[in-house]
Design a binder for this molecule. Structure first.
Ligand SMILES: CN1c2c(nc(N)[nH]c2=O)NC[C@@H]1CNc1ccc(C(=O)N[C@@H](CCC(=O)N[C@@H](CCC(=O)N[C@@H](CCC(=O)O)C(=O)O)C(=O)O)C(=O)O)cc1
Ligand SMILES: N[C@@H](CCS)C(=O)O
Ligand SMILES: [Zn+2]
Length: 791
């Protein structure tokens, strides 16, 4: 089956579905289904509307369809075990028996309820009586997968951890593909990556020290796969692109020497991705493996280095089709680059692959029937990338004559994009060139601004606020969907959103919050909403990508110079402010997060694109101020995620990222208070960058770590005001007043009390009103109590 978008490319040329001379591999595929089938199957199961058997059948159907799709596109090496019901790192934890005691697992194979308790926490008591009563069992911590917007569940290991084989998933899925006539290449998260991403339950040991105990389980899995008929296995060790020390490198050597000894007949393709091997190259090429996958999109220069160092028979998997971006590949350019290399080293020593698993790609461009046809012709989603891989392999293996037309059409698309009048805007280019140092500086220092803001805002000590979003209930999503389909008029939709906003303001007033928010009901997503309002951005209807579990995002696509045709949020902030005498905080997504959570054009530097967004947002900030909004929050939860994986590149990134935030924020008067917000990241790494933002107030997620994350701010002597989150918004449980008071007391012992704001960890969009209202009441009570206690 050929993608419609690509079908014309193959006019007159029969697609090659026979075995390629240079095998095509995909490394991993989106698991959510082209119509989000997995999300809906999971939600039905969690809601008690289906049972485990049905869920597993629906999951199997999804796996079958993605294997078939690859097979039909001529993919030679089809992965198995790349599917996950929730997260592949969690799958690894439950495969090796890494189940923390809190989940009360009694040994044996890990059950589905235990798996989901680890993923989402167990709040059963909450739903059994219709109100929130239980503290339940917390979920594992969640954090970002390298520099992506995908979140994995952090394995939690104790020094006493023993490992055993506790799931047959990898074996079952191999057999499942086999039964479909597909001899797959199973994918495993490598043991060193698994341990390096794990969290120790106590500070006195390094999870990597558990490698010796973990390896026998991996060997057992590999032996079992080999016995089932697997010839190759793909083991992912993306840690190889990070800064490693000798201990880490020795761990890699130990692991792969063990596998070579224990399972000599199984060929290992070791997959590295998201960057260059750099100083780990010698280690990687010296491992006793049969193949090495390289990310040649992020680090094309490493190919010649690897070839010069690697054994002649080491199969190199060339990751040349971008697994992190949606642009159609320049197949002719890739052919011109690779053909002489392939000829010299020998066709039998290569495979063709995407740069990394296609997990981070939307599924199918053909579903985008409303997209501008010109833009659509520039794009390739996962399904289309299968075909690009096949075409490139055919050109390099069988001969370019088999796919001349395919390459020509790809070249035309790439040229059309480069020359399109849609991507350049001279006014935007001129504004970026005109940026000067003055634009990235507030008028006065923080100390002076603080006095002006105190006088203007007249807030109590320990002022209370929230992070922006209020519950995105089914009704809100339904109304937006109806409006999108044309089943609800614009005026009815507007009236609906106004009513939601009014309710949110009334609830906040009733609870006694000091600084209110409008609730973000008009937003489908904090990035997509702005993408839809800015020029230079396109958005999709079905371009979903998994963010975590059953939560997906549709990253907008930056295809051209970015500008703001008209105000984007002023209407909603002004409306909310008109309903109350309390101050309403304006709410924007910052330039770095807008960049990081979008698919970004690759023809100009990221820094330039970020500056364009910063200028657009700067106008929004000054318009909000002109409309009487006295506090403006510029969210930057992705500032840390954008940090390069290698420390040597941090300073350069932080320079421009911080400058972009400051350009956005600095057009306002001293009296206007600029807030920022960050969550779920390792603040220590970027503390100097955070301080350099010079936001008047930063709200951060700290409750899960019981304020430990504040240490970075304390040690760094952070001078401005801080709102350390006092409750975890990922959990349905309502924390008590005393709990929040205890957290605030901890914060007060580390920071100056007049530095402290009181707020939740993050936005409340995923919660229900039944959870949010009592939790916020407790939060306000805690703040009031601290006021009398501390001052
Ligand atoms: C803060 N986070 C975010 C990240 N990245 C973003 N781009 N945005 C973020 O907010 N990264 C880090 C974290 C990740 N956290 C989350 C949290 C929650 C979600 C989430 O809830 N995703 C939703 C989809 C949100 C959305 O776009 N909604 C749209 C479409 C809703 C929809 O599916 N509509 C249905 C019809 C509905 C009906 O009739 O009832 C349809 O179209 O078929 C909207 O609200 O309009 C999710 O469902 O997964 C993501 C990341
Ligand atoms: N203002 C956003 C920030 C999320 S990180 C929200 O409240 O959802
Ligand atoms: Zn947040």
């Amino acid at each position: 089956m050929l993608s419609q978008a690509f079908a014309p490319l193959f006019n007159g040329v029969k697609p090659m579905t026979k075995k390629s001379i240079i095998p095509v591999a995909t490394l991993g595929t989106p698991r959510i289904g082209s119509r989000r089938e997995l999300k809906f199957a999971l939600e039905r199961y969690w809601a008690g509307q289906s049972d485990a058997k049905t869920l597993q059948q629906e999951a199997a159907a999804l796996r079958r369809s993605i294997w078939t799709r690859q097979h039909q596109a001529g993919v030679d090496i089809v992965p198995s075990n790349d599917f996950s019901l929730y997260d592949h790192i969690l799958d690894t934890s439950v495969t090796v028996g890494a189940v923390p005691p809190v989940y009360d697992w009694k040994g044996g194979y890990v059950s589905l309820p235990t798996y989901f308790a680890m993923a989402r926490g167990d709040a059963q008591e909450e739903s059994c009586c219709g109100k929130v009563v239980s503290s339940g069992i917390p979920a594992l911590e969640m954090t970002k997968w390298f520099d992506t917007n995908y979140h994995y569940l952090v394995p939690e290991l104790s020094a006493e951890q023993e490992f055993t084989l506790t799931s047959t998933k990898v074996l079952d899925e191999f057999r499942e593909a086999q039964a479909q006539g597909i001899p797959s290449r199973p994918v495993l998260v490598g043991p060193v990556t698994f341990l390096k991403l794990s969290k120790a339950t106590t500070t006195d040991f390094d999870p990597l020290s558990l490698l010796g105990r973990l390896l026998p389980v991996y060997s057992e899995i590999l032996q079992k796969l080999s016995a089932l008929g697997a010839e190759w296995v793909q083991i992912d060790e993306p840690v190889l692109v990070l800064d490693l020390d000798d201990k880490d490198r020795s761990a890699l050597t130990l692991a792969y020497e063990t596998f070579a000894r224990d399972v000599p007949d199984l060929e290992i393709m070791l997959a590295t991705y998201f960057g260059a091997l750099g100083d780990n190259l010698e280690t990687a090429v010296s491992l006793p493996i049969s193949g090495l996958h390289l990310d040649l999109v992020r680090a094309p220069e490493q190919l010649s280095h690897v070839i010069s160092k690697a054994r002649e028979d080491l199969i190199l998997s060339l990751g040349v089709i971008d697994g992190r971006n949606v642009w159609r590949a320049d197949l002719q350019g890739l052919y011109d680059w690779l053909a002489p290399i392939v000829a010299e080293r020998g066709r039998e020593t290569f495979q063709i692959a995407p740069s990394c698993s296609l997990l981070h790609m939307p599924v199918d461009i053909d579903l985008e029937t409303d997209l501008d046809p010109e833009l659509k012709s520039w794009l390739a989603f996962a399904y289309q990338k299968f075909e690009e891989l096949k075409a490139l392999s055919t050109a390099l293996g069988e001969g370019i004559g088999f796919v001349t037309e395919v390459l020509e059409v790809a070249t035309r698309a790439v040229r059309a994009r480069a020359q399109s009048g849609k991507i350049h805007n001279e006014e935007v280019a001129a504004s970026v060139s005109a940026i000067n140092a003055r634009m990235a500086r507030r008028y006065s220092t923080f100390a002076v601004r603080r006095q002006a803001q105190k006088a203007a805002l007249n807030l109590p000590a320990f002022p209370t606020t929230t992070i922006g979003s209020f519950p995105q209930t089914k009704d809100v999503r339904k109304a937006r969907a109806a409006y999108g389909r044309g089943d609800m008029s614009r005026s009815d939709y507007e009236a609906f959103l106004k009513a939601e906003t009014k309710t949110a303001i009334e609830v906040q007033e009733d609870i006694g919050i000091d600084v209110l928010v409008h609730g973000e009901f008009e937003r489908n997503d904090m990035v997509q909403y702005f993408g839809e309002k800015m020029a230079g951005y396109a958005f999709t209807k079905h371009g979903w990508v998994q963010s975590y579990g059953s939560r997906y995002v549709r990253p907008p696509i930056i295809f051209g110079d970015v500008s703001r045709p008209e105000p984007m949020t002023v209407h909603w902030s002004s409306y909310a402010q008109s309903l109350t005498d309390k101050p309403v905080k304006g709410m924007l997504t910052g330039p770095v997060t807008m960049l990081q959570w979008s698919f970004v054009r690759d023809d100009i530097p990221r820094e330039t694109i970020c500056k364009q967004i910063a200028l657009a947002l700067r106008s929004e900030v000054t318009d909000l101020e002109a409309a009487g909004i006295g506090l403006i929050q510029i969210d930057e939860p992705a500032l840390r995620e954008g940090l390069p994986l290698r420390q040597s590149e941090w300073a350069d990134y932080l320079d421009w990222a911080v400058a972009c935030f400051r350009i956005t924020a600095s057009g306002v008067q001293d009296e206007t208070q600029i807030h920022t917000h960050m969550c779920y990241c390792e603040f220590n790494d970027i503390m100097y960058g955070i301080a350099a933002l010079d936001a008047d107030v930063i709200s951060i997620e700290t409750s899960r770590s019981k304020m430990e994350l504040l240490d970075a701010f304390v040690t760094g002597g952070y001078p401005n005001e801080i709102g350390p989150g006092v409750y975890d918004i990922h959990s349905p449980r309502v924390p008590s007043v005393d709990e929040m008071k205890a957290l605030l007391r901890t914060a007060s012992s580390r920071l100056a009390p007049d530095q402290i704001w009181v707020n939740p960890d993050c936005g409340l969009k995923t919660r229900s009103w039944e959870e949010v209202t009592p939790a916020l009441r407790h939060m306000v009570a805690a703040a009031k109590s601290l006021r009398t206690e501390t001052l």
